[in-house]
Design a protein around this ligand. Structure first.
Ligand SMILES: *Cc1c(COP(=O)(O)O)cnc(C)c1O
Ligand code: SF4
Length: 436
C-alpha cells in the first residue's frame, strides 16, 4: 500500500468525507483542525474506520478533530474568523491564544525533566526516572497520523519554543556514560518509526557502537503498527528496519517495542498482526500501552478483547493510562473512579498472562500514580494510590490515600485523606533531576 497523508489542507478530498459528512461537520473539522494537530492517512481511513457509524467510531474520534474538543467560546472565535475570511495573521493570533490555554506542557515536562550537561540544556532528552532516559530524535517528531488526544501535540504544530528534539546522538551517549544508573533509553517523539532506515541506523547504530556497559534496553515508543503497519511489511526499507531490530537483539541489548494500541479493531487487523509477527520474530519484545479515553475505549470489553488478542500474538500488555491534563482533556476525560472500574472489570476477565498490565496510571508531576482501589478507611471513603514510578526512587511502590472524589479526573483534583494538609511527597524536599 502507498502512504497517503490527509491534513487540514486536503481532507475534503477523502471520498468518505464527501459521502458521509455534512457541511457543518466538515466545517467543525476545519475549525478545530486550526488549533489542534490533524493528520490521518489512507490506512486509517480505508481500513480502520467504520464510516456507516462514523460519529461513534473510535478510530474516527481518535484521528478526526471534533467540535467539542474546544470550548464553545473558542470554537466560535475560530469559526467566525474563518467564515468572515479573516486575514491569516488574525486567525493565527486567535489560535495561538487558544493553544496557550490548553496547557501545552503538562507535568512540568519542559523545565523539570530536561537535564543540563556541561552547561548545555539537552532539549532532546528527558530524564525523570532514574533508570530511563527519553530521547527525542529530531527527525522522529511527527507521526503517521495524529491522535486527537495527544499530549505531545505542541510538537506537531511547528512551535519551535515548545518542541523537544535533539539531533546529536553523541550528546546522548556522553550523558549515558556519565550516568551509569541509566539502563534504558526510550526513543520517543512523535513516533521514531517515521524515520527512514538511514536515520534509525544513525541513532540506534551509534548507541550500539558506543558499547555502553550500563545500556540494557532500547525502547521504541511507536504507534506505527496501527497507523502504518506497512512500515514493517512493504515499505522499501521494511526489511532493513527488521534487520536493525535483529542487530540490536544480537548485540545483547534488549529491544522493547512499546506499541500504542487504543482499540481492539487495531490489533485485529490482519496486516497489523502480520507486522507484529515480523517484529516479534526479530527477538524484540512488544509491550502495549494506551490511555483510557471517553468515546474511544471507555468500556471494559474493549480492553479485555484487546489484551486477549495482544497476548495471543505474543505482546505483553504493559500500561493503561489516564488522559493527561492537556489539550482536549475535558472532551476525553474519564473519571478516576470510572477508569478504575474499567481496568478492574477487564482485568477480571483475562487470564494471568494478560494481567501484566498496570493501571489506571497518571503520568503526573511527581511520578506515575496508579489508582489501586476505592475503600472505606477510618470512616472515610478514600482512593488508595501508589507510585509506579517517581522522581524520587524511594517513593516507587509506596501506598498513599486521597479523599474520594467521584468527579476527579487527575491527580490535581485530589486532596489528602484523613485531614492531612499535604500528600507525603509534597512534604519532602523536591529533588531536582540533576541530583538524582
Ligand atoms: C513512563 C515513563 C518512563 C518509563 O517508565 P517505565 O515504568 O519504566 O515504563 C520514563 N520516563 C518518563 C518521563 C515516563 O513518563
Ligand atoms: S502516535 Fe503517539 S505521539 Fe503520535 S499523536 Fe498519537 S499519541 Fe501522540
Amino acid at each position: 500500500m502507498k502512504y497517503k497523508a490527509y491534513t487540514l489542507r486536503n481532507f475534503e478530498s477523502i471520498p468518505q468525507i464527501q459521502q458521509y459528512l455534512s457541511e457543518e461537520e466538515r466545517h467543525a473539522i476545519r475549525v478545530v483542525g486550526e488549533v489542534l494537530p490533524f493528520k490521518v492517512n489512507n490506512f486509517v481511513v480505508d481500513e480502520l474506520i467504520n464510516w456507516d457509524n462514523f460519529e461513534k467510531d473510535p478510530m474516527f474520534l481518535l484521528t478526526f478533530p471534533q467540535k467539542e474538543m474546544l470550548s464553545e467560546e473558542d470554537f466560535e472565535a475560530v469559526s467566525n474568523a474563518l467564515l468572515r475570511g479573516a486575514p491569516k495573521q488574525e486567525i493565527q493570533e486567535i489560535v495561538r491564544q487558544i493553544r496557550f490555554k490548553l496547557n501545552p506542557h503538562p507535568a512540568g515536562q519542559l523545565n523539570k525533566n530536561t537535564p543540563e550537561w556541561n552547561g548545555v540544556k539537552l532539549t532532546g532528552i528527558q530524564h525523570k526516572y532514574r533508570e530511563t532516559v527519553l530521547f527525542f530524535p529530531s527527525h522522529g517528531q511527527t507521526c503517521h497520523a495524529y491522535c486527537t488526544f495527544c499530549f505531545r501535540w505542541p510538537q506537531f504544530i511547528g512551535d519551535k519554543e515548545l518542541k523537544f528534539a535533539m539531533q546529536e546522538v553523541e550528546l546522548l551517549i556522553d550523558y549515558l556514560r556519565a550516568h551509569p544508573e541509566v539502563t534504558d533509553v526510550l526513543f520517543t517523539g512523535g513516533d521514531p518509526m517515521v524515520m527512514n532506515i538511514k536515520r534509525l541506523e544513525h541513532y540506534i547504530g551509534a548507541l550500539l557502537d558506543a558499547k555502553l556497559p550500563n545500556l540494557r534496553s532500547i525502547r521504541i515508543g511507536s504507534k506505527a503498527l496501527t497507523y502504518w503497519p506497512y512500515r514493517f511489511l512493504t515499505d522499501v526499507d521494511a526489511d532493513a528496519v527488521l534487520a536493525l531490530f535483529e542487530r540490536v537483539v544480537n548485540s545483547g541489548v534488549e529491544l522493547a517495542f512499546m506499541a500504542h494500541f487504543n482499540h481492539y479493531v487495531e490489533v485485529a487487523h490482519p496486516d497489523v498482526q502480520k507486522a507484529l509477527k515480523r517484529i516479534i520474530a526479530t527477538g524484540a519484545q512488544v509491550r502495549t500501552q494506551a490511555p483510557v479515553m471517553r468515546g474511544i475505549n471507555d468500556d471494559p470489553a474493549i480492553w479485555r478483547d484487546m489484551w486477549k488478542e495482544q497476548v495471543k500474538i505474543g505482546c505483553i500488555p504493559y500500561y493503561m493510562f489516564v488522559a493527561r491534563d492537556t489539550g482536549a482533556q475535558d472532551y476525553f476525560a474519564v473519571t478516576l473512579a470510572d477508569a478504575l472500574d474499567i481496568y478492574r472489570k477487564a482485568f477480571q476477565q483475562v487470564s494471568g498472562l494478560a494481567r501484566t498490565v498496570r493501571g489506571p496510571s497518571m503520568s503526573a508531576t511527581p511520578g506515575k500514580v496508579q489508582i489501586l482501589d476505592i475503600l472505606e478507611l477510618e470512616g472515610e471513603k478514600v482512593f488508595a494510590l501508589r507510585f509506579l514510578q517517581s522522581r524520587v526512587p524511594e517513593w516507587s511502590g509506596k501506598l498513599f490515600f486521597a479523599k474520594y472524589n467521584p468527579n476527579a479526573i487527575w491527580l490535581d483534583d485530589l486532596e489528602p485523606a484523613f485531614g492531612k494538609e499535604r500528600f507525603f511527597y509534597e512534604e519532602e524536599a523536591p529533588l531536582s533531576i540533576e541530583t538524582v
